[in-house]
Design a protein around this ligand. Structure first.
Ligand code: ZN
Length: 698
């Protein structure tokens, strides 16, 4: 969700845009978390040749043979000092690249700039989302904005642009990198008349600032809703027993996932569900609605500088989909599959509510705060399934060990803990290594549990991309907000989804960091993670759990079987909601750039469950303020690709031969090959939507 960056290109894209996040959200409640995303670039000169020429001697630009060492920023002052130094270095590098000095061609010059930004700015952008110290977070955000301003100027540098235009690529990887860079320069406004160019820069910087403010208000929201113990009937005691008390002795329940979700899914009292649901819907508040409106207007103004009528036109022309019409046509097909099914789901929920309350179904109305509760109830009644029953089987640390074991089995990699001083005692570091040679492949950081002011969804930050040209190893940080008591099956799916993003980075073997890992087109970036979600529903896969945690009780076969069957229930409701989010995003970024709240009230009002007056869901929809502007459709688009990719593993989800081919052919290539071509090569045929629509209709 983040990043202000869709308008930002190239290097800057990485940063602000840089988070990859988690998957489509739980049921009816909110949008999914997403993924992040970095910049782009490419080349082709073999490493040895570069080393011989002295351009990229190992160590010179962050190339390592070993794990990444997380920098020790402890105070705002450390961040300010580090920021001053890196900004000065970036400026000096830009001048050398523009002058053709410093050795190497222009692609290598841009790659070096990217590596400097990754090593010294990306970490700060990450800390802005997870560090416990507000002063440090604020200093890190200030540095992001300085980097944004640098990036806006860099991609308008006419001398570098001219060098790129004159550059002759020596192979397809370099050619792709050059094309991506040229697109980034064009999209930053290098070819605009001077006044328009200045305006483009100002808009880019302002959109980044607004996006930060939007996200900060959501992240630092400390709303807690008071309930008596009686009002919390039905909610597992572990959820509230340690919650603080207010002056009247009521429990104060926060809006983090481990607190919010169990209340809205299991509180017997509808008034309890309504109160916490409304509080959750109103995160971000009026200030964020105003910010979102400004972002939409400024994005439209940005697109108009380029003669385009909408930001959606501007953004989508660089993606797989290519144009807005193709996205709308795809969304129309999705709607066709789920529309009637959503009505049937709601009828089921109404019947469940009527039976629960002893009312007549025709006189019973399903309210939005009822949806999650009765979905879970129907799953309990119809499938005897309670997601909480999985927690005893999936302790958090064992779950991490499990996804690592799965990655090891499929992709032939190992993981071992590293001792490093990190930003919080909960955070962990792992080295990813090659089992045969024991050599380092990547570094991975984990931060699993909620705490005040921490980023509230699940997401992965790519901190450093692979670059085979100088032996640079990738680094990523995975952030979730799990209950320390254990994971549900849904949460294990989320963990594997995020781990999929981390693997996309860790197993990347691209020539340039700018093309590494998740630096792919936005409407492809979720596909590798969404594909892996399927794995947790397979008994052969879950059996690996006992290898890493012999003391963990195995999931009974019939429990898993019921979970698989219950997955189909409420799919209409779930995907109609995803369709609404994607359509709303396109409307906000269409030619009119309409009012976010009025548009939402109208569009949600047209759905069967309607709009609830007094709520403001868009105020916390940070996908839109960030890197998924005019890109929320990417979750559905990528899911179609994911289901197609999954067909290759259908016979055996643990097939290491297919896994190896996938690792090298898809994950390993990052953004240096067009995604359509990557998928076509892997499947041995062009990709299609048939598998997705079958799955959706199942
Ligand atoms: Zn994701």
């Amino acid at each position: 969700m983040r990043c202000a960056l869709s308008t930002l290109q190239g290097l800057s894209k990485s940063l602000l845009t840089a988070r990859t996040s988690s998957h489509p959200a739980p049921l009816v409640a909110q949008p999914s978390p997403d993924t992040m995303h970095l910049p782009l670039l490419r080349t082709l000169v073999p490493v040895l040749m570069l080393a011989a020429v002295g351009l990229f001697s190992p160590g010179a630009h962050g190339a390592d043979a070993g794990p990444f060492v997380f920098p020790s920023h402890r105070h705002a002052g450390d961040v300010k000092t580090a920021c001053d130094a890196v900004m000065a270095d970036l400026g000096a590098q830009e001048r050398r690249v523009a002058a053709g000095q410093g050795g190497g061609n222009v692609l290598l010059g841009m790659e070096r700039l990217n590596q400097t930004a990754e090593d010294r700015v990306y970490v700060l952008a990450f800390l802005a989302n997870v560090h416990p110290d507000k002063g440090l977070r604020d200093a890190a955000e200030a540095c992001e904005l300085r980097y944004q301003a640098f990036s806006s100027r860099l991609f308008q540098n006419e001398k570098i642009h001219a060098r790129l235009q004159a550059h002759e690529a020596i192979d397809p990887v370099d050619a792709q990198f050059r094309r991506d860079l040229l697109a980034s320069f064009e999209d930053a406004g290098v070819a605009l008349a001077p006044a328009r160019r200045d305006r483009a820069r100002a808009l880019n910087n302002e959109i980044a600032r607004l996006g930060q403010a939007f996200e900060r208000r959501v992240r630092e929201d400390r709303t807690r809703v008071p309930f008596t113990v009686a009002e919390l009937e039905g909610v597992p005691e572990g959820v509230w027993s340690k919650a603080p008390l207010d002056a009247r002795g009521r429990r104060l329940i926060g809006l983090d996932y481990p607190s919010y979700t169990p209340v809205v899914e299991s509180a017997r009292n509808p008034a309890t569900r309504e109160r916490i649901w409304r509080a959750f819907q109103n995160r971000g508040g009026d200030a964020n609605l105003r910010t979102l409106a400004r972002i939409g207007q400024e994005r439209r103004a940005y697109a108009r500088l380029f003669g385009l009528s909408s930001y959606a036109d501007f953004a989508i022309r660089r993606r797989m989909a290519g144009d807005v019409g193709r996205v709308q046509s795809f969304l129309g097909e999705v709607k066709g599959v789920v529309e009637q099914r959503e009505l049937r789901d709601i009828a089921d929920l109404r019947a469940a509510k009527a039976a629960d309350l002893g009312t007549a179904p025709e006189a019973t109305t399903v309210r939005r705060w009822d949806a999650s509760y009765y979905v879970e109830r129907v799953k309990r009644d119809r499938f005897a399934l309670d997601q909480n029953s999985f927690r005893q089987h999936f302790p958090p640390q064992a779950s991490v060990d499990f996804v690592m074991a799965l990655a090891g089995r499929l992709f032939d990699v190992g993981f071992r803990p590293l001792a490093q001083t990190l930003w919080h005692p909960d955070a962990q570091a792992y080295e990813v290594f090659d089992p045969a040679s024991q050599r380092s492949i990547a570094t991975l950081y984990l931060d699993l549990y909620p705490r005040p002011d921490k980023y509230g969804h699940a997401a992965v930050w790519g901190l450093r991309g692979s670059a085979t040209l100088d032996g640079r190893l990738p680094t990523a940080a995975l952030v979730t907000n799990f209950d320390r008591e254990g994971l549900t099956l849904d949460e294990l799916e989320t963990l594997l989804h995020e781990f999929g993003h981390a693997l996309h980075g860790a197993l990347s073997a691209t020539r340039y960091s700018s093309n590494a890992g998740t630096n792919v087109k936005l409407d492809f970036v979720e596909a590798p993670s969404q594909m892996l979600e399927e794995w947790v529903y397979d008994a052969r896969v879950l059996a690996l759990f006992q290898q890493v945690c012999p003391a963990c009780a195995p999931v009974p076969a019939d429990l898993l079987e019921r979970a698989v069957r219950s997955r189909s229930f409420a799919k209409g409701l779930q995907f109609a909601r995803q369709h609404l989010y994607a359509s709303y995003d396109l409307a906000l970024h269409g030619p009119a750039a309409p009012s976010p709240m009025a548009t939402w009230a109208r569009m949600e009002g047209d759905t069967p469950l309607g709009f609830v007056k007094g709520t403001m869901f868009p105020a916390a929809f940070s996908h839109l303020s960030g890197g998924y502007g005019a890109g929320y459709y990417a979750y559905l688009w990528s899911l179609a690709i994911a289901q197609d990719l999954h067909t290759a593993f259908a016979a055996d989800p643990l097939d290491a031969v297919v896994g190896r081919r996938y690792r090298e052919g898809v994950l390993g290539r990052g953004g240096e090959v067009d995604p359509d071509e990557l998928v076509t090569r892997f499947l041995g045929r062009p990709p299609g939507n048939a598998a997705f629509f079958q799955w959706l209709d199942r």
